[in-house]
Design a protein around this ligand. Structure first.
Ligand code: S3P
Length: 423
């Protein structure tokens, strides 16, 4: 029997972005431990520094010296958000509530991603926003303070849209309420509560209460990202003789849909050492190699709880005996790449039978599937690069991944962890 291996996956990207942004507008010193240092989160740190926030970075932690929500200053240059949709959309909410002018842009991929979803509600809240085609970066924002209240029925279940509205809403004296079609990740709500802000949650509706001031002077410990753990969870399920513990992983129910898929597929796993830290459920996930895997269907309200895990779950589906379906997932076409197209094209290249739909795909899986050597085009999308690296490792097939540089946006030591589990 192989030795149990333990990995502490990369820290949570969503929580890291929010820890920096919320601390920046709090009153007091906030120490962030286990911050994710990746290309995306460094963009958020730089963006906040460019609007006057004092942030100290050491190898161990980040200290944010928040001077309150009225302390931000006009940036003297365009703010480049790189590949990071979360930085662009959340910070545009904050900039919409400032009495100054700012311009944000991003890399080639981010400049193709829709911003109309934040432009619309933030404009209703009083900001003047000019975006390319009213939907794309670069985007110029002239904020207003205070912002106008809003009751917004969001057409998409998007935590980025919800968080942008909440950030702008902190500067409003009126009702600020967002209603989502399905519940998206609720890290902003949890963190605002940790900073002392009143947030009223009723099913899929989120409203800001009376207190909209953030108090600092405390510490935030960022747990590991279930979206990063997912790669090694699937590796452990598929690789003969393996048993891997993923430590300190965020188990927030709005993020842990992958566990429901593991239940459907009959993956052998256990949750151990469960606890709550800073309003977030955290625990260790032990996954064992599982010989017989059943196919699964992912749709409806499950989608937002595992949206970033669909590329790696499609690798799991390749080895589940029968047809697995992913539906209601058209949002995947608007991620760092068109992930539906990227998954289908690349799986076909290695010889998997796939049917593509507008809102998802079907994969014909087989535990004894014979894959063929191929070149995988990652489209510079980190999650496509990591997913097919896992397929290569578990199948032993000669798969050539076009690049792995993109991985640095979310999981800089992914390849080290992959070498460790492959030993
Ligand atoms: C994120 C929300 C999700 C997710 C993204 C991170 C966040 O995007 O896919 O990787 O931190 O708020 P949407 O808000 O577009 O669904």
């Amino acid at each position: 029997m192989a030795k149990v291996k333990r990995i502490r996956p990369a820290s949570d990207k969503s929580i890291s972005h929010r820890a920096v942004i919320f601390s920046s507008i709090s009153k007091g010193r906030v120490k962030i431990s286990n911050m994710l240092f990746s290309d995306d989160t460094l963009r958020t740190i730089k963006a906040m520094q460019s609007i006057g926030v004092e942030i100290e970075i050491s190898s161990k932690h980040v200290i944010v010296n928040g001077a309150g929500k009225y302390s931000l200053k006009e940036p003297n240059n365009v703010i480049d958000m790189g590949n990071s949709g979360t930085s662009a959309r959340l910070i545009s909410g904050l900039l919409s509530a400032q009495n100054f002018f700012s311009v944000i842009t991003g890399d080639e991929s981010l400049r193709k991603r829709p911003m109309g979803r934040v432009v619309k509600p933030l404009s209703q809240m009083g900001a003047t926003i000019l975006a390319r085609n009213n939907n794309l970066l670069p985007m110029a924002i002239k904020g207003t303070n205070p912002t106008t209240g809003i009751i917004y029925k969001s057409p998409v279940a998007s935590a980025q849209v919800k968080s942008a509205i909440l950030l702008a809403g902190l500067y409003s004296h009126d009702t600020v309420r967002i209603e989502e079609p399905y519940k998206s990740r609720d890290h902003s709500e949890n963190m605002l509560k940790a900073f002392g802000v009143d947030v009223i949650v009723d099913k899929n509706s989120i409203e800001l209460g009376r207190n909209r001031e953030l108090t600092g002077d405390f510490s935030i410990n960022v747990p590991a990202d279930i979206s990063s753990a997912a790669f090694f969870m699937v590796y452990a399920a598929l690789k003969e003789n393996s048993e891997i513990i993923l430590s300190d992983v965020v188990l927030n129910p709005t993020r842990s849909g992958i566990l429901r898929v593991f239940d459907m597929a009959s993956v052998d796993y256990e949750i151990i050492n469960e606890r709550v830290e800073n309003f977030e459920k955290v625990g260790d996930i032990l996954v064992r190699h599982t010989k017989e895997l059943s196919p699964f269907t992912i749709e409806g309200e499950l989608i937002p709880t595992l949206i970033d895990e669909i590329p790696i779950l499609s690798i799991l589906a390749v080895f589940c005996d029968g047809a697995s379906y992913i539906r209601n997932a058209s949002e995947l076409r608007k991620k760092e790449s068109d992930r539906i197209a990227a998954i289908c094209t690349n799986l076909r290249r290695v010889g998997v039978e796939v049917e593509e739909f507008e809102d998802g795909f079907a994969i014909k899986g087989d535990r004894n599937i014979k894959l063929r050597p191929a070149v995988i085009d990652t489209q510079f999308d980190h999650r496509i690069a990591m997913s097919f690296s896992i397929l290569k490792a578990v199948s032993g097939v000669d798969i050539n991944i076009s690049e792995t540089k993109s991985i640095s946006v979310s999981y800089p030591n992914f390849l080290d962890h992959l070498s460790y589990v492959s030993l």
